[in-house]
Design a protein around this ligand. Structure first.
Ligand code: ZN
Length: 319
């Protein structure tokens, strides 16, 4: 991945906004994407500093950070489509003429920051963990702290999708359902899709309990949002767990070997099973828990932390 810095924004207190981009996605002039670090925003600890979630933070700071992220990419006047992330395998289709469906159940639909209307709803109505669109000049926006961002682009069909894959979403097959939805709605051939798997918690830091493995292997079922029957075998086939000796696991509470989940490889395998070519998948390979200085980590910071944004958009041709 390539690290970029925004040109210094006036008044930003904590240095430049810093973000990462995938080389394989940078070759397309109409495609805009960024995975932001936690640097360069307004928020105070524990959300210091580029937090975009309204959960643990001052709303003014989160809103101002949203504007900073959009400004870093020159997208500050664009509306953002975002979802209420629920760790599902649900894929939402964004169409501009159905914009009303995407407005929040909230008295205001945008926040005003420094004279800018930031159209990135504080409380999205749509519950899903992936958004896909062929619309131009609309930003797909999601926020992360350990869960994996998956960025999809089909250069043939000119379609993008952004997905959020934590362990629950991965156990429900979010990478599989996103590829399937792109195929069904837009006729995307999986072998044409380019996918970036962004920073997220690595196997190194992701000790999990037995019940987590049981859910991946179909030995038990979620009480809500069960795994779709047709995905059951694919999810089980994709799952990558390992046993790490307690001596090598700083989080180990006993002498027993600790069960670890490899979200990166599990998602990569789901993409391969869905027909994406191995050479079209770029893996950041950056562990958010190992790199708390650069990213928010829900696990490493014990839940009291912010969320960094990931943005994906298509510009008009020739813009
Ligand atoms: Zn790690």
């Amino acid at each position: 991945m390539i690290e970029q810095q925004a040109a210094s924004t006036h008044g930003a207190p904590a240095g430049p906004v810093r973000y990462l981009q995938f080389e394989q996605l940078l070759q397309f002039p109409t495609l805009v994407h960024a995975i932001f670090t936690r640097h360069g925003g307004y928020s105070q600890p524990p959300c210091a500093s580029l937090n975009v979630s309204f959960k643990e933070d001052q709303p003014e700071a989160a809103a101002a950070n949203r504007l900073l992220a959009l400004q870093a990419l020159g997208l500050e006047s664009w509306p953002c489509a975002t979802v209420w992330q629920i760790h599902s395998a649900e894929v939402a289709l964004f169409e501009r003429d159905r914009w009303e469906d995407w407005l929040p159940d909230w008295p205001y639909r945008a926040v005003e920051v420094a004279g800018h209307q930031v159209v990135w709803t504080p409380r999205p109505r749509r519950k899903a963990d992936a958004i896909m669109t062929a619309e131009r000049n609309v930003v797909l926006a999601m926020s992360f702290a350990d869960c994996l961002p998956l960025l999809f682009y089909d250069p043939q069909r000119q379609v993008i999708a952004l997905a959020h894959a934590g362990w629950r979403g991965t156990a429900r097959g979010i990478a599989l359902t996103t590829v399937e939805a792109l195929r069904q709605h837009f006729g995307c051939a999986p072998e044409n899709l380019l996918v970036g798997i962004g920073p997220g918690i690595g196997s190194c830091c992701y000790a999990v309990d037995e019940p987590v493995r049981d859910l991946f292997y179909g030995r038990s079922e979620f009480t809500e949002l069960p795994v779709r029957p047709e995905l059951r075998n694919l999810v089980a086939e994709s799952a990558v767990f390992s046993l790490v000796p307690a001596s090598q696991d700083s989080s180990a509470a006993s002498d027993e070997p600790q069960l670890h989940l490899d979200l990166w490889e599990t998602n990569r395998r789901q993409l391969l099973l869905a027909g994406v070519k191995a050479e079209h998948i770029a893996l950041a390979g950056l562990c958010t828990a190992c790199h708390q200085e650069d990213f928010f980590s829900y696990r490493a910071e014990r839940g009291r932390t912010g969320r960094f944004p990931v943005l994906l958009a298509l510009r008009s041709e020739g813009a």
